[in-house]
Design a protein around this ligand. Structure first.
Ligand SMILES: NC(=O)c1ccc[n+]([C@@H]2O[C@H](COP(=O)([O-])OP(=O)(O)OC[C@H]3O[C@@H](n4cnc5c(N)ncnc54)[C@H](O)[C@@H]3O)[C@@H](O)[C@H]2O)c1
Length: 344
């Protein structure tokens, strides 16, 4: 049993508490959150256990901790990462690792120089629909993908009590909180590295977010793949919409819900074919699969998935979007990577 301390008990932290509590291979040892209300709520939902306001206090008091799951907001994580590294505790940290590429690189370097594993919480990689989409591509069901359209339209009421509120004052809330999942999926599913992109970010007049909630980008990958991306958190209809359509040499693959609804068709077929998917509990089963990969790594020595270093390339795409929009010009990913064009 891996004894885990969970830090950050907000919206995402409570998914994590559910997942760790249900795991047969891990024990939810203790909770950490500076908010008294958040601690009290987690204790009443998931049962009594040691609870602390800071990770320093928890790690000072507990002697048998094996790993950390961090679901605190993505700001000021350096102290936590340094502490975990000093105690050689592997970490599973929620995306985005930081709100700045340079800061994220620093966290990765701290973990690497201490030889401590750092996994990032990219749960959408573990959805059955993502696996099925990758299988269609691997089986060559409709040939090689050449271009795609990825749209995510949502009216996200950032003032809802059941949602986190720090994105309301972020510089680029859509990019760093949401598009990070989408960009990571593109890299993961197509297996290509990003090459360059052209982007505009902006806010509609009614936006409740201080920073830009709209992102429109044309993204080119090294293998030639091009993706037209449009994402918004302030779409003017409460009903959410999602479509990720990949145009391939002999037909299309289209995903019409962020958690499922996968179809494909050959070019001359009149109707889409539906791809059967196993049952799925949103936010929980794919997070459990992500956690299983972490346990396989820490307990059984399996290779680390979703490493912090791999994550830097998705963060570089966000950074390139910010720079492209500010300059009004295309940006090569190599231009934004720390240390020039050398690969991460
Ligand atoms: N992977 C996903 O699908 C997914 C979904 C939602 C959120 N997230 C990510 O999870 C993280 C948290 O988001 P959220 O929606 O739960 O935010 P939230 O604001 O609802 O909760 C954050 C919690 O962390 C606590 N906290 C703040 N500083 C802390 C510290 N130093 N140590 C411990 N706890 C601390 C806060 O008091 C709060 O209770 C973010 O990185 C976010 O991007 C991921």
């Amino acid at each position: 049993m891996l004894k885990v301390v969970l830090a950050g008990l907000g919206v995402r932290g409570r998914h994590w508490a559910e997942v760790i509590a249900r795991s047969q291979r891990a024990e939810l040892l203790a909770f950490v959150d500076p908010s008294v209300e958040a601690l009290a709520r987690a204790l009443s939902e998931f049962g009594e256990r040691p609870a602390f306001a800071t990770l320093e206090a928890a790690l000072g008091a507990l002697t048998d901790v094996d790993a950390l799951v961090l679901a605190n907001p993505p700001m000021r994580r350096e102290g936590i990462v340094r502490l975990a590294c000093a105690l050689k505790l592997p970490m599973l940290i929620e995306k985005p690792l930081a709100l700045d590429l340079g800061e994220a690189l620093k966290l990765v370097q701290i973990a690497e120089s201490a030889a401590v594993s750092l996994m990032v919480g990219l749960n959408f990689r573990y959805l059955p629909v993502t696996k099925a989409l990758m299988r269609l591509l691997a089986d060559d069901a409709v040939g090689r993908p050449e271009f795609a359209r990825f749209t995510y339209e949502r009216w996200r009421d950032g003032r809802r009590p059941d949602l986190n509120d720090y994105p309301l004052v972020m510089d680029h809330p859509m990019l760093w909180e949401q598009s990070i999942h989408h960009f990571d999926l593109m890299r993961f599913v197509y297996g290509q590295a990003p090459l360059r992109l052209q982007c505009q970010t902006w806010n509609p007049p009614w936006s409740m977010y201080a920073g830009d909630s709209n992102v429109s980008a044309l993204i080119e990958f090294e293998g030639g793949m091009r993706v037209n991306y449009q994402g918004t958190w302030q779409g003017s209809w409460a009903a959410p919409a999602f479509e990720w359509r990949s145009d391939c040499a002999a037909g299309i693959i289209t995903q019409r819900d962020q958690f499922g609804a996968l179809f494909y068709a050959r070019r001359d077929e009149a109707a889409l074919r539906s791809v059967p998917l196993p049952p799925h509990e949103r936010w929980i089963s794919e997070t459990a699969a992500l956690f299983a990969a972490f346990l396989d790594h820490v307990l059984d020595g399996a290779p680390l998935q979703c490493s912090g270093r791999d994550h830097l390339m998705s963060l570089a795409m966000l950074e390139a979007c910010v720079q492209s929009s500010a300059k009004g010009a295309g940006v090569l990913i190599g231009e934004v990577l720390p240390g020039g064009t050398e690969r991460l």
